[in-house]
Design a binder for this molecule. Structure first.
Ligand code: B1M
Length: 212
């Protein structure tokens, strides 16, 4: 097995130490940081994402794989900077105002990072004003909103409206997800898309960067 395939397999197993060693080996063998990232680390995370969609693995496996991937990314970071590898894009991610649930949001963040999207994580209980501020500061192309409570899901619309008022609506794609929302609701609040799970969220986010 090549060291790149080995990195992918180790990410899938969630073997942090193994990933660290294998990434160091790949670097010493002359693989570029980009290949290690795209084919090894992200490759492994994509496989986990697909398995998660098919209910072949569950939340703990995804979290453990993401932790292993992050270990590899931290080893690679200085090399990625040297090679000038740019992230695919940026997303501001949060759970909406009044809602403190963050397990699903964190999974979505990990899957977005897994496909090379830099995430500015604002946390939970985030107001429309905070989202607007973060988009202005970061220049993010995506706003990713999570919610778990029926009582606070209406705040999605406030965020979309606030982005419009700030003149930012045309420069960002808004995607939403979480147990009480669906594609129909996404349309109603004026979002650009809905994803039912974290792996689909990563596919959707990537689709926003594809040219029409
Ligand atoms: Co709360 N809670 N909770 N809770 N809690 C639910 C959501 C609830 C359904 C339980 C129930 O009554 N059966 C219910 C909501 C009912 C409703 O509104 N219809 C509920 C309630 C009522 C409450 C409190 C009000 C309870 C109280 O205090 N009386 C309170 C609210 C606090 C607040 O937010 N203001 C509360 C508190 C809590 C805890 C703090 C104890 C804890 C949260 C801990 C944390 O997140 N750090 C908690 C938990 C753990 C749950 C349950 C048990 C599990 C949620 C979870 O993490 N699921 C939940 C019941 C349940 O779902 N069975 C419940 C796992 C997670 C991976 O799934 O978040 O759905 P999920 O994310 C998925 C998808 O939805 C999707 O991808 C993820 C993975 O594939 N997804 C996205 C999520 N965000 C996305 C964004 C995307 C795309 C996809 O694009 C941007």
């Amino acid at each position: 097995m090549s060291v790149i395939n080995e990195i992918s397999a180790l990410v899938q197993k969630g073997d942090r130490r193994g990933v660290k060693t294998a990434v160091e080996t790949a670097l010493s063998e002359g693989f570029t940081a980009k290949v290690i990232l795209d084919d090894g680390l992200i490759g492994g995370m994509m496989v986990i994402g697909e398995k998660f969609k098919r209910d072949e693995v569950y939340v703990p496996e995804v979290l453990i794989a993401a932790r292993a991937m992050n270990m590899g990314v931290s080893v690679l970071k200085p090399y990625l900077t040297q090679e000038g590898v740019e992230p695919v894009g940026k997303a501001v991610i949060c759970t909406v105002q009044g809602d403190l649930h963050d397990i699903g949001k964190n999974l979505v963040k990990m899957m977005l990072e897994g496909v090379g999207i830099e995430c500015i994580d604002l946390g939970t209980d985030i107001s429309a004003e905070q989202v607007v501020e973060a988009v202005k500061e970061s220049g993010a192309e995506i706003v990713a909103l999570s919610s778990l409570l029926t009582t606070t899901m209406e705040y999605h619309k406030d965020i979309v409206d606030a982005l419009k008022e700030a003149g930012l609506r045309d420069s960002v794609k808004v995607m939403i997800g979480g147990a009480p929302v669906n594609a129909e609701f996404a349309k109603q609040v004026g979002a650009d898309g809905y994803a039912p799970d974290a792996a689909t969220a990563a596919d959707l986010a990537l689709s926003f960067f594809k040219k029409d």
